[in-house]
Design a protein around this ligand. Structure first.
Ligand code: HEC
Length: 150
C-alpha cells in the first residue's frame, strides 16, 4: 500500500515537474543562426504568423495615423492589438511557448494599450511616435532571440 502511495506520489510529482518544465521552457531547440527555434505544428505556426502580420499591418496604419495626425485612429488601432487581442485560447500552443516569449508578448500587448490610453489622453504626436518606437524595439528584440520551426 505504501509502495502504491509512493508510486502515485512520484507520478504526480513527475507530472507537475514536466508541466513546470514546459511552462518555463516551452518546446524549443537551438537553430543554426543561434536563435531559439520554437517547435510548432504547421497550423500553430500559421496562426502565430498570421497574428504577426496583423501586428505589422497595424503598426503601418498607426504610423500613417500619426502622420495625419489622427489621435482617435491611433487609439482605436492600438487597442485592437492590446491585451484583449492576445491569443490565449489555444492551451496546446501556449505550452510550447517559453515563459520569456509569453511575457514579451504580454508586455507588447500591454504597451499597445498604453499607447491607446495616451492617444485618448491627448498626448502629442511626438510622444505617441516615441511610444510606437519603443513598441517596435520590443518586436525587434523578440525576433532577435526566437524563430518558429517544426
Ligand atoms: C514575443 C516574441 C515576438 C514579439 C513581441 C513579436 N514577434 Fe513577430 N515574430 C516572432 C517570431 C518568433 C517570428 C518568426 C520569425 C522567424 O521564424 O524567423 C515572428 C514573425 C513575424 C513576422 C513574419 C510573419 C510571417 O508571415 O512570416 C512579422 C511580420 C512580425 N513577426 C511582426 C511583428 C511586429 C510588427 C511585432 C511588434 C508589434 C512583433 N512581430 C512582435 C516573435 C515575436
Amino acid at each position: 500500500m505504501a509502495k502504491l502511495a509512493f508510486a502515485s506520489f512520484l507520478l504526480w510529482a513527475l507530472t507537475v515537474a514536466a508541466g513546470a518544465f514546459f511552462y518555463i521552457n516551452g518546446v524549443t531547440r537551438t537553430g543554426l543562426d543561434g536563435r531559439k527555434v520554437i517547435l510548432l505544428s504547421e497550423s500553430e505556426r500559421d496562426q502565430v504568423q498570421a497574428d504577426m502580420r496583423k501586428l505589422l499591418q497595424t503598426v503601418a496604419e498607426i504610423t500613417a495615423a500619426l502622420g495625419r495626425p489622427d489621435a482617435p485612429a491611433v487609439a482605436r488601432l492600438a487597442s485592437n492589438v492590446g491585451a484583449q487581442a492576445a491569443s490565449l485560447e489555444n492551451p496546446a500552443l501556449l505550452a510550447k511557448l517559453p515563459l520569456d516569449f509569453k511575457q514579451a508578448g504580454m508586455n507588447m500587448h500591454a504597451g499597445f494599450d498604453q499607447l491607446a490610453a495616451a492617444a485618448r489622453g491627448g498626448a502629442s504626436p511626438t510622444r505617441l511616435t516615441g511610444m510606437l518606437g519603443e513598441q517596435l524595439a520590443g518586436c525587434a528584440a523578440c525576433h532577435e532571440v526566437y524563430r518558429f520551426g517544426n
